[in-house]
Design a protein around this ligand. Structure first.
Ligand SMILES: [Zn+2]
Length: 455
């Protein structure tokens, strides 16, 4: 692109410079970047107006999945707590945060009294504050009565449950998702004229009503989607991940956006799309495969070789610049997943299940039992019908043997998947979104201690 898609000024390399944009924000682990469509000035503006509030809202997933911290700031998420005993310590109610190591701490000193063991536990995020607090009259009195006063850096042992608040239907989230979708379309080379209307609604006019009708909650509508989405953290060995699918249906251009395996939306980018488009997909893990920067350092000879491998220009450039580009490419590659790997996974799951049901394998094999359990859960949660139909008529298996799953999440029986999902009642879609949040807690084995409260 020769112009910035926001201000529409042409790039001249001086006044209007190209900005390196993360299509999925860097702060939530996005690795896909492009110099193609945004100027530096607008890059800064969009970061302030859309990215920062969006990233803050989704920070909770980075904390849950222990995403390595950026720029030395350790990640925390606000959490509401129910404790076994009432904390004491006067003044206004404290706020609590959950850290990446699952410790929970209050923002100001509080204490818990254990009468049986005659012990007082003081908790605070700032040890200095806690030390001062331990000398206050309340605690001195308890000490004089023979209580042992100890300092704790974590209050998890006093908790029954913690609750994380999220509103995945908030304007902040919808705008963030919409921006990812439009930038992915531009990255894939979609002509800006098809996207100008969407951009105007999203950025120039911030029209909330239009935003809400364009960005809708995903819902699995086909049997393969229902099976795949149930307990997917168990079979996706790249979980959690970020995914983008760009596809068209006649004049309608859509982007499916999935973040952390938990936020799933369809974005209707245009109803006047004129071009032709192959389905474009981007999949990345949120955590890298084993990326070690030291593997990618070396003398000029090594650097020359690495640059060649990635197609990075070498001749006439300062070595530091080449080194920077090599590291960036190597790191990016460490997150990438082949989109076809997901389709293979879908096919394997469905075909294995069909085989198990058709051959009526008796219970007792762990992998068979696990898949049958997944199918039963998909039936009760999402109305998965494949097993029942197979049992009713084994010939139904035939259509699954050669099924092509390349239209997974894109289209089914000639209809675009976003339109099918749009017919599911809002209540069902809300329930499904809540289920996704619950599963993201199951994936880290925390569903008994932490809950999500959808607003
Ligand atoms: Zn601009």
């Amino acid at each position: 692109m020769n112009i910035c898609y926001v201000c529409e000024n042409p790039f001249d390399g001086e006044e209007i410079k190209r900005h390196e944009e993360h299509v999925i924000p860097n702060a939530i682990g996005g690795r896909l970047t492009s110099y193609e469509f945004l100027c530096e000035g607008c890059g800064v503006d969009l970061a302030d107006s859309i990215d920062t509030p969006f990233n803050d809202h989704l920070q909770v997933f980075s904390v849950l999945h222990g995403i390595s911290r950026d720029r030395g700031v350790s990640k925390k998420a606000a959490i509401e707590v129910i404790s076994r005993v009432m904390p004491q310590g006067g003044g206004k109610a404290p706020t609590y945060s959950l850290n990446s190591d699952f410790t929970v701490i209050p923002d100001r000193p509080i204490y818990f009294v254990n009468e049986e063991e005659r012990r007082v536990s003081v908790c605070c995020s700032v040890p200095k504050k806690a030390k001062v607090f331990m000398r206050n009259p309340e605690l001195s009195k308890l000490k004089a009565q023979g209580y042992e006063v100890v300092l704790e850096s974590d209050m998890t042992q006093f908790l029954v449950q913690g609750s994380l608040r999220i509103n995945h239907e908030s304007t902040v989230v919808l705008r963030g998702v919409a921006k990812i979708a439009i930038e992915y379309a531009l990255h894939c080379g979609v002509d800006f004229s098809s996207l100008r209307g969407f951009k105007a609604d999203l950025i120039d006019r911030c029209e909330e009503e239009k935003l809400r009708s364009a960005v809708v909650q995903y819902y699995p509508t086909t049997n393969e989607e229902k099976l795949y989405e149930t307990g997917k953290f168990r079979h996706e060995d790249w979980y959690p991940n970020h995914q983008l699918f760009l596809f068209s249906d006649g004049p309608d251009l859509y982007c499916y956006v999935e973040l952390f395996g938990a936020i799933q939306k369809y974005v209707h980018l245009s109803a006047h799309f004129l071009g032709r488009l192959e389905v474009q997909k981007y999949l990345q893990r949120v955590q890298s495969w084993n990326f070690d920067p030291s593997d990618w350092y070396g003398g000029p000879k090594d650097l020359h070789m690495f640059a060649g491998q990635f197609g990075i220009p070498f001749t006439g450039r300062p070595l530091e610049d080449v080194q920077k580009d090599v590291l960036h490419r190597a790191e990016t590659r460490a997150y990438e997943i082949d989109a076809d790997a997901q389709i293979d996974k879908v096919r394997n799951l469905v075909q294995l299940l069909v085989q198990f049901v058709v051959s009526d394998i008796p219970a007792g094999f762990p992998s068979v039992d696990a898949l049958l359990r997944k199918a039963a859960d998909a039936k009760s949660g999402l109305g998965f019908t494949l097993v029942d139909r197979l049992k009713h008529d084994m010939r139904y298996a035939l259509q699954w043997v050669h099924a092509d799953f390349s239209q997974f999440r894109i289209q089914s029986e000639g209809e675009p998947a976003p339109r099918l999902a749009g017919r599911v009642t809002p209540d069902e879609r809300r329930k499904y979104a809540a289920f996704r949040l619950y599963e993201s807690l199951c994936s880290i084995g925390r569903e008994n201690e932490i809950a999500f409260l959808s607003e």
